[in-house]
Design a protein around this ligand. Structure first.
Ligand code: ADP
Ligand code: MG
Length: 295
């Protein structure tokens, strides 16, 4: 380069290094360095920091930002219906759940060991919430994750088979470090769907982790997979290295809506005294979601 503009560059020539630096940084694409270098340079000058430390500060900022961006991308690619974590999970609401085990699983060593997790329990007890929390933890710890319901997975597999791209989808499902299959058992699978789902589980056996949530105890799984033989083979693989989260208990949703009803009742004006039976909620006053929501 011939950028020797004399001993004291001034005016237009003084701006040349800054312009060139911005141009080069744009080409190299370290967005944080590009955004922050002037501010960090001012701070370095103020603090009397040498060139090496200045560069170190900048590179550290870039790395932190890059990690955050990669995690955000992993979370987007996981296709979580909503992002939930253990921070918002009230363990006291489900005393039957082994809190220590759940939090230990949140450290994700089971993914490195290619083990599975099965969360079993009735509706509304937080199975999906826990699966989402484990999925989020996995993304934050660098594991690629994919979340979908058993029904969606079976449908996608059948669609891919019809469109002659089954192998590609199977490879994608196999490559991900953590596959989360939610709501196994809510909707019975077709025979083809069950066989394709079995294949996915079978291909991941000892190669990658699966989290399954289900409202059905294992004895009732044959009804979902339509075959004792297939279910036996599937459970054999799935439960070989498995952590079971027992999540039977009172539905969190029903408990919350009951709480809301009680609060609303307590707020009613005292002047209008009504006979007890008139104040009691009828069947129709119940939480409209409670009856229709399956999960
Ligand atoms: P399930 O999958 O077992 O049917 P969900 O995980 O969908 O239940 O829980 C239903 C709703 O209640 C969700 O909004 C979830 O976040 C919330 N929820 C359930 N259990 C808890 C809990 N222990 N603490 C906080 N929120 C909970
Ligand atoms: Mg659920």
């Amino acid at each position: 380069m011939t950028a020797k503009a004399g001993p004291t560059p001034s005016g237009a020539t003084a701006a040349v290094p800054a312009v060139l630096l911005a141009h080069h940084l744009k080409q190299l694409e370290p967005p944080t360095v590009l955004r922050e270098y002037e501010k960090v340079a001012r701070e370095a000058a103020r603090d009397g920091v040498d060139h090496v430390r200045y560069l170190l500060r900048l590179v550290e900022l870039e790395l932190l930002d890059r990690e955050r961006r990669v995690t955000e991308r992993r979370i987007r690619e996981a296709r979580f219906p909503t992002v939930k974590s253990f921070d918002t999970f009230d363990f006291a609401a489900i005393p039957g759940l082994n809190k220590m085990l759940a939090l230990e699983l949140g450290r994700c060593a089971f993914i490195a060991r290619r083990e599975n997790v099965i969360a079993l329990g009735n509706s509304g007890t937080g199975k999906t919430h826990v699966a989402l929390a484990l999925g989020l933890a996995a993304c934050q710890r660098g594991f690629s994750t994919f979340f979908l319901t058993a029904h969606a997975l079976a449908s996608q597999l059948m669609e891919a088979r019809d469109e002659k791209r089954l192998l590609k989808l199977q490879a994608q499902l196999q490559n991900v470090k953590l596959l989360i299959v939610d709501e196994l058992g809510y909707v019975p699978l077709s025979q083809v769907g069950a066989e394709l789902l079995f294949e996915v589980f079978s291909q991941r056996y000892e190669r990658g982790s699966i989290i399954v949530t289900s409202n059905l105890p294992f004895e009732e799984w044959p009804a979902v997979f339509r075959s004792e033989r297939l279910t036996g083979a599937l459970l054999d693989r799935l439960t070989h290295h498995v952590h079971i989260l027992e999540m039977n208990g009172e539905s969190y949703r029903l408990k919350q809506s009951a709480g809301r009803r009680r609060a609303a009742k307590a707020e009613q004006p005292k002047a209008t005294v009504r006979p007890d039976h008139a104040a009691a909620p009828s069947e129709h006053d119940r939480d409209p979601n409670a009856a229709s929501q399956l999960s």
